[in-house]
Design a protein around this ligand. Structure first.
Ligand code: B12
Ligand code: SF4
Length: 279
């Protein structure tokens, strides 16, 4: 059967969200949260977690085996060089693949990153849940044009003015469009990210009860997101209970503020305990 293409992708789109952690023991809450939020597409989304200590060829092989149509990488200071190399190789192995980057390491210089990394199609800037979902609305459901997706930078060639000299020049020129940033998401509207806590046997599980930091330490990226948003306390209690019921031995809070200590230690029942640690 001839395949039907939508925005360059076949209509059944396989999506792979890839995290490359600092060590085996770490996990990447971002990809779990993105998947949980993009409910309508959950069946099409797979997660793959590696570490920076894996051989590049092994990661390549694992991604290639999945043959994703859309590949999202979660980018941090510890994995960006490796991701750059993987993108170059994957572009050769899977020429039609759409490769998008997201995460703190690419959020503040998206245009430069796109210009420097030919192999990628776009960058998702900042908080990713709604942006990722809208991007899938574009690629899979054709619900909105790409330039209406907030918080992205993407490359495209101008294909207008067919008769003009400008067009001939544009043929050789690629442009980067950056769409307006999106407002912060209502933090309590995000679903609990973890479907199966068994995935975290022998791994640290991360959990967020707030985003943003009111302080301005010059060396720290969290100082850019000044608006602190808290997850509803009732919801947090329910979610902590899920960890307790599953006897998760350690939950790490990825808070930028210390308020959580006051808010949630107090909320634990007598006899219950969680090992709390802050990064
Ligand atoms: C856990 C953590 C670690 C862990 C590693 C975790 C892992 N997975 O391997 C450890 C403790 C090892 C660590 C170490 C370091 N870390 Co650290 N760490 C964090 C921390 C606390 C949490 C990250 C997290 O998961 N957040 C929760 C998720 C949900 O938020 P997020 O990552 O921002 O993801 C959102 C968006 O960015 C976006 N997104 C992310 N990925 C993707 C992917 C796609 C496809 C899309 C669409 C969107 C998207 O959507 C997500 C949801 O909205 C952050 C601070 C923070 N509060 O975020 C610092 C942070 C990531 N670390 C930072 C730094 C600087 C370091 C160190 C260099 C510190 C040091 N001086 O030693 C080291 C480097 C380690 C190394 N080996 O090189 C910086 C990152 C800077 C950068 N450019 O990447 C941060 C942001 C701290 C800060 N405020 O400056 N870290
Ligand atoms: S997260 Fe910590 S280091 Fe970063 S701005 Fe806030 S207080 Fe400063």
């Amino acid at each position: 059967m001839e395949s039907v293409l939508l925005h360059g992708l076949e209509l059944y789109v396989r999506i792979l969200l890839t995290a490359i952690n600092a060590k085996y023991i770490h996990s990447n809450p971002a990809v779990y949260s993105l998947k949980a939020y993009a409910k309508a597409y959950k069946g099409q989304i797979k997660l793959a977690e590696f570490t920076i200590n894996n051989y590049t060829d092994d990661i390549l092989q694992a991604i290639y085996k999945e043959k994703p149509d859309f590949l999202g990488f979660s980018c941090y200071i510890w994995n960006i060089t490796l991701i750059g190399q993987l993108c170059m190789e994957l572009r050769k192995l899977l020429p039609e693949i759409k490769i998008w980057l997201g995460g703190p390491e690419v959020s503040y210089d998206a245009k430069k990153r796109l210009e420097a990394t030919e192999a990628i199609d776009g960058v998702m800037i900042g908080e990713g849940e709604e942006t990722f979902r809208e991007l899938l609305d574009y690629y899979i459901a054709d619900k909105l044009p790409l330039d209406q997706v907030k918080g992205i930078a993407f490359r495209h060639s101008a294909r207008k003015n067919t008769d003009s000299l400008l067009f001939r020049e544009n043929l050789r020129t690629e442009f980067v469009t950056i769409t307006p940033l999106r407002p912060e998401i209502g933090f309590s509207t995000l679903p609990f990210p973890y479907d199966d806590l068994a995935d975290f046997k022998n791994k640290i599980i991360y959990y967020e009860t707030s985003r943003g930091c009111p302080y301005s330490c010059s060396y720290c990226l969290s100082s850019i997101d000044k608006k602190v948003r808290f997850r509803d306390t009732g919801l947090v209690k329910q979610e902590l209970a899920i960890f307790l019921n599953h006897k998760v031995p350690q939950v790490k809070f990825v808070e930028s503020t210390l308020y959580i200590l006051k808010r949630f230690i107090a909320s634990l029942q007598q006899g219950e305990s969680l090992l709390l640690s802050l990064c």
